[in-house]
Design a protein around this ligand. Structure first.
Ligand code: GDG
Length: 724
């Protein structure tokens, strides 16, 4: 039976070596709780680094055994791995880049090598446990290369990836020297999840620009698969927080804490030590508020919990010093014997106490400068079981997309933070209740268990979609069937599209001249069969490129035809009314002027607007604009607007490849018909084919053809086999 393997850099445990023994403490983090339902069942397992460097083989063996009991398996990292892969590439290159802190980015090739090496280490550890049909769910930015490494070893496995931190704009990604490798690593997965739609669209844009893979509606057209990219905002274990907040244990702690701080208003802030969390800006804002509103002195305190993290990284050490200084300054300026403005803790607390802090606080001030999601704000809302309290939330946190009833602030706008604290302090209980209730309802519905379920359901969906496309794949069996039928056929015919089918695309269409290999394939085929090159190209180019070949040619989607051996020139297949062209050309020229790299190609019966050489993104944008403009104009002229591969073509609707192919076959009885094409102008050819024909579409798009084939080189491979 197939199993599920969860993979993350850190295992959800903490490991301590005490009195010659290892102690294992399972972590109760959100992810571990959410995934508990998965890795704790059946043969499933969680693979990751236990968090310590352990070199002694005996110690390692002991850890392996103990972790096995907890349904976990370790990947051991050396001191160098930790320094270069974890602290280095992960936390000094990817973390700052992905959170838009480019000033902290380190570009160190040794760190990169370690990143590759450790991803490979994870891959090897997984391969020891994984079978070919298993599901592997990889988590987060430390393991971006892993999906592709796994794909190479286990081509049929179900591989998913979720990124917990933001995915930045292409402008940032392009700065990383190893950007292409990173993106290709991720594309090894079948499903790639992010917290928000913004992360997802940044990723798709980077993939398009850097790897050249196109995408449509969240599906990337990878080498031989489709890869789905989607947003899955992560939830929390809502009931756990709500229940804990009501528990006697937590309420006793609240009572005890309250006795110590008195009846004042409390603002809670909880973060890991990180520059992305905006801690200094928040202290500055609170300082300024106290400066402006003397009446708050003695009546409001901030409880600031900073959880130690990455303190070996220089920028984190500096941040810690800055926070110490700022808190020292504010407290020394305003403290009295019975009031402290900021209660500052640089440590973490047990869950019951954390819950008490949430429960007793009037305001949660969550102002990261960037955050993938941010769970603290959700945990605060879930813990407010009496529906009092106000959440102030940064627009830069992924959670702000869901928690629209929070007071949303720009964390860089000090005055906005000050105003929002003041508004929160004076907000009426009815309004607090209404806002908290709305947020609680949505958090309850979309909790962490639902998040896991939705993600896993989507993964099933992608796999079945892939299977549907694969079932039409031209595999070895189909190739030999085609070979055999072609060999025994008495009167075969082949319809072959040119660009994207027999040859790849070039940025200048006139450069896609047939190479020697192609010429000899066409020659070989034409000795055994009637061959029709059926293209949207103009007749002069086609005629020149295939001069001397014993083939038929259909040019301009069926406007012109030239039969093999005909001495006469091209024959017009459709009458020639091109009085519409002038108006349309004027409109198209306007879009050429506004779009560097675009140009117009004039064919006998159509006008084509090319945007292959236009900056990606801009080309799509202008194409859409022109598309609707032309559609509007087309009505008056009875014309058809077609979207091709990086082109927009406008032509008469009664002229298409299918019509031309049908006319060409009329009156003949063929016992073998094959049609191959790559875009939707070829769909007309496929539709016109007789029932027993082989129709094949290049790429993995939905099609009327009965088969899909991966690439131009696979097409050439098939045709070569037919003439062997
Ligand atoms: C990354 C992304 C994304 C904090 N102090 C204590 C304590 N915590 C727990 C909180 C919360 C967790 O730590 C922090 O989670 P966040 O989501 O706020 O932040 P990151 O650690 O940066 O997480 C983030 C997340 O991944 C999930 O995808 O939301 O954007 O950066 O659960 O409760 N827990 C205990 N004592 C503490 O003192 N027990």
């Amino acid at each position: 039976m197939s199993k599920t393997i969860i993979v993350s850099n850190r295992l959800p445990i903490s490991l301590r070596h005490r009195n010659g023994r290892f102690e294992f403490k399972p972590s109760a983090g959100g992810l571990a709780t959410g995934l508990g339902s998965i890795y704790k069942t059946g043969e499933n397992i969680w693979i990751g680094w236990p968090g310590n460097t352990v070199e002694d083989p005996e110690h390692r063996a002991e850890i392996i055994l103990e972790l096995n009991e907890l349904k976990m398996a370790p990947v051991f990292l050396t001191k160098d791995d930790v320094e270069q892969f974890y602290e280095g590439f992960s936390n000094e290159t990817l973390w700052p880049a992905f959170h838009y802190f480019t000033q902290y980015m380190v570009y160190n090739p040794e760190h990169w090598e370690a990143y590759v090496r450790v991803n490979r280490k994870f891959c090897d550890a997984i391969l020891k446990k994984a079978g070919p049909d298993d599901t592997i769910w990889v988590h987060d930015y430390q393991l971006l290369l892993l999906p592709q490494m796994l794909r190479e070893a286990l081509p049929d496995a179900t591989i998913a990836f979720f990124q917990h931190i933001p995915f930045p704009s292409y402008e940032i990604i392009r700065m990383i020297p190893w950007r292409k490798e990173l993106l290709e690593g991720m594309i090894g997965a079948d499903l790639i999840g992010f917290h928000t739609y913004d992360d997802m669209r940044h990723f798709l844009s980077a993939v398009g620009r850097i790897t050249g893979h196109s995408s449509e509606s969240g599906y990337i057209q990878a080498e031989n698969r489709i890869v789905n990219v989607d947003s899955f905002p992560m939830g929390i274990d809502y009931d756990k927080f709500a229940k804990q907040a009501k528990s006697r244990k937590t309420q006793n702690i609240v009572k005890n804490f309250r006795q110590q701080v008195g009846d004042q208003k409390l603002i809670i802030t909880i973060d890991r030590l990180d520059y992305s969390k905006g801690i200094p800006k928040r202290i500055h804002a609170f300082h300024q508020l106290l400066k402006e509103k003397k009446d708050l002195h003695g009546n409001v305190s901030m409880i600031m919990i900073v959880v130690p993290s990455r303190d070996k990284v220089q920028s984190y050490r500096e941040l810690k010093e800055e926070i110490d200084l700022l808190v020292g300054r504010i407290n020394s300026e305003y403290s009295t014997l019975n009031w402290v403005p900021v209660h500052y803790f640089y440590r973490s607390f047990p869950f019951e106490e954390l819950s008490a802090f949430y429960s007793m606080s009037d305001i949660a001030l969550v102002t990261p400068l960037r955050d993938g999601m941010n769970l603290v704000c959700k945990e605060f809302v879930a813990s407010k079981t009496d529906q009092t309290g106000v959440l102030i939330l940064s627009e830069m946190a992924g959670a702000s997309k869901e928690l629209q009833d929070a007071i949303l602030v720009n964390p860089n706008d000090q005055q906005a933070i000050i105003d929002s604290i003041y508004n929160a302090l004076t907000m009426k209980p009815e309004e607090q209740k209404q806002r908290i209730t709305t947020m609680q309802e949505s958090l309850k519905r979309y909790d962490v268990f639902q998040w896991v379920k939705v993600f896993m359901d989507r993964l099933d969906h992608v796999k079945s979609k892939q299977a549907e496309l694969n079932s039409k794949d031209v595999d070895a069996k189909i190739i030999s069937e085609i070979q055999a039928k072609f060999k025994s056929a008495k009167k075969p015919i082949l319809f072959l599209d040119y660009d994207g089918t027999l040859t790849g695309f070039t940025s200048n269409p006139q450069d896609a001249v047939p190479d020697n290999e192609l010429k000899s394939i066409v020659k070989g085929l034409s000795e055994k069969s009637q061959v029709v090159i059926i293209s949207g190209r103009d007749k002069d180019t086609l005629g020149r490129w295939f001069k001397g070949q014993q083939i038929d040619m259909i040019a301009e989607h069926g406007v012109w035809v030239k039969m093999k051996g005909s001495k006469d020139d091209w024959e017009l297949y459709a009458d020639a009314d091109d009085s519409w062209k002038e108006d349309i050309r004027t409109a198209m020229e306007y879009y050429v002027l506004r779009t560097p790299g675009a140009f117009i190609e004039e064919k006998h019966h159509s006008l084509v607007w090319h945007y292959r050489k236009v900056e990606s993104g801009l080309g799509d944008l202008r194409m859409r604009e022109l598309f609707s403009h032309l559609k509007y104009m087309a009505r008056g002229h009875n014309l058809q607007v077609l979207e091709g591969n990086m082109v927009l073509e406008i032509k008469r609707p009664d002229i298409n490849k299918g019509r031309a192919a049908t006319a060409l076959m009329k009156g003949h009885e063929y016992d073998f018909v094959l049609a191959i094409g790559d875009d939707w102008t070829d769909e007309d050819t496929f539709k016109a084919m007789p029932k027993n024909a082989y129709s094949i579409r290049v790429g993995y798009a939905y099609t009327q053809a009965n088969y899909n084939i991966k690439s131009v080189s696979q097409v050439r491979n098939l045709l070569t086999k037919m003439i062997q």
